[in-house]
Design a protein around this ligand. Structure first.
Ligand code: PMP
Length: 403
């Protein structure tokens, strides 16, 4: 007999199960609109040219070795990541009150911040508010560290846009000092972001209620193609003197998915408080991963700290962002041509990797069974899976399932 006999089987992760189903499908016209990973117009993964360059420089660098990184990670990478999100002219950085911790990509950065809050956030019984809907891991991570999770309204199914009133209302009524998890740009799964004006209103309420801001930034530069524009919300909050955490992922904007390059940027009230927080995170990190991996962070570090490579990276970012923006337009045009029932301008108005189409679970099932087009049950499509070869086919399928 086994001591584990009574362990119940857990369900497979929905999004990775979807990828497996797509791979197993032998239909020639199959389309993968599931997982959020960039694809070229040929439907292939893309190694960014600037990443290839950095990679070659590393191979030829005899000074590099495989020694352990410090517990908090590669120092110049951490600083460059903080500067990337807060801006080169950040007052908080100049004041010396910005900390940074290299983490296991964006997921690890959210976990690291959440674990710190579970242990040290002083507001008794504080709960974490996540958007409805959001990336499924948000709930899993916060509940996993023992912080109860609640939801704030976000998506308005009627306008297929932001439910600002609902969002602000919940922020107003949440107990003072609650934790709010916010997507700074390219909201996953809806692709709907607040405008700069709306972010100011959100910041007003966050300050008035003394809530804690936790940004999860997985798409800086990938959303609009412009690094500063995608960081507006975070920079606005920091400029107002708000204490905050930002989880940063380099999976999408560097195409470094498997290398797990991420960072948690900490904006604290004073340099001393920043040190206190970093020291506690170092203690926790030692017991979880001991020290972060070097490969991905070295690539990001090389690129961010070299002006020429940095420019090339911005060009690569534009290539990805613009192809996705073009595909939004192409899909919208095809649906318009077909006279598909309903309003579809949200496809072009949404931003980033994903579009929340408004398709129902039943319609998604027909997309899969009849057309071999794979997307998540909530009707989210990864725009990266669309290209000039399949956009007509996808539009025809959508047209068919909504009629
Ligand atoms: N947060 C959000 C909202 C995301 O969409 C993602 C990527 N799917 C992540 C965090 C983190 O991804 P990773 O761990 O690969 O950096």
């Amino acid at each position: 007999t086994s001591v584990f006999e009574k362990v119940p089987a857990a369900p497979a992760d929905a999004i990775f199960a979807l990828t497996a189903a797509y791979k197993a499908d032998t239909h020639p016209n199959k389309v993968d609109l599931g997982i959020g990973a960039y694809r070229t117009n040929e439907g292939k993964p893309w190694v960014l040219p600037v990443v290839k360059k950095a990679d070659r420089a590393m191979v030829n660098d005899d000074n590099l070795d495989h020694e352990y990184l410090p517990i908090l990670g590669l120092m110049p990478f951490r600083m460059a990541a903080a500067k990337l999100i807060l801006g080169a002219n950040s007052n908080a950085i100049a004041d010396g009150r910005v900390g940074a911790v290299q983490c296991i990509s964006g997921t690890g950065a959210v976990f690291t911040g959440a674990q710190f809050l579970a242990r040290h956030y002083p507001v008794k019984g504080a709960e974490c508010y996540i958007s409805k809907p959001t990336w499924a891991n948000h709930r899993a991570i916060f509940e996993g560290v023992g912080i109860p999770v609640r939801e704030y309204p976000y998506w308005d199914p009627v306008t297929k846009g932001l439910d600002l009133k609902g969002l602000l209302g919940t922020m107003q009524t949440a107990p003072a000092g609650s934790i709010f998890l916010l997507h700074p740009c390219a909201h996953n799964p809806t692709g709907v972001d607040p405008t700069p004006e709306q972010w100011k209103q959100i910041a007003d309420v966050m300050v008035a209620k003394g809530h804690f801001t936790f940004f999860d930034c997985a798409y800086q530069g990938f959303a609009s193609g412009n690094l500063a524009r995608d960081a507006f919300s975070v920079r606005h909050f920091a400029e107002r003197g708000i204490e905050l955490f930002v989880a940063q992922s380099f999976s999408k904007n560097f195409g470094l998915y498997s290398e797990r390059a991420g960072n948690l940027t900490i904006v604290a009230r004073t340099p001393q408080i920043k040190d206190q927080i970093e020291s506690q995170i170092a203690k926790s990190q030692r017991a979880v991963i001991s020290n972060p991996p070097a490969y991905g962070s070295r690539i990001v570090n090389l690129v961010l700290n070299d002006p020429q490579l940095n420019r090339e990276w911005e060009e690569n970012l534009s290539t990805m962002a613009n192809r996705i923006i073009d595909m939004r337009k192409a899909l919208f045009d095809e649906l318009t041509k077909l006279g598909t029932p309903g309003k579809w301008d949200h496809i072009v108005n949404q931003i980033g990797m994903f579009s929340f189409t408004g398709l129902t679970t039943a319609q998604v099932k027909v997309m899969k069974d009849k057309y071999h087009i794979y997307l998540t049950d909530n009707g989210r499509i990864s725009m990266a899976g669309i290209n000039t070869n399949n956009v007509k086919y996808v539009a025809q399928a959508i047209d068919d399932v909504v009629r």
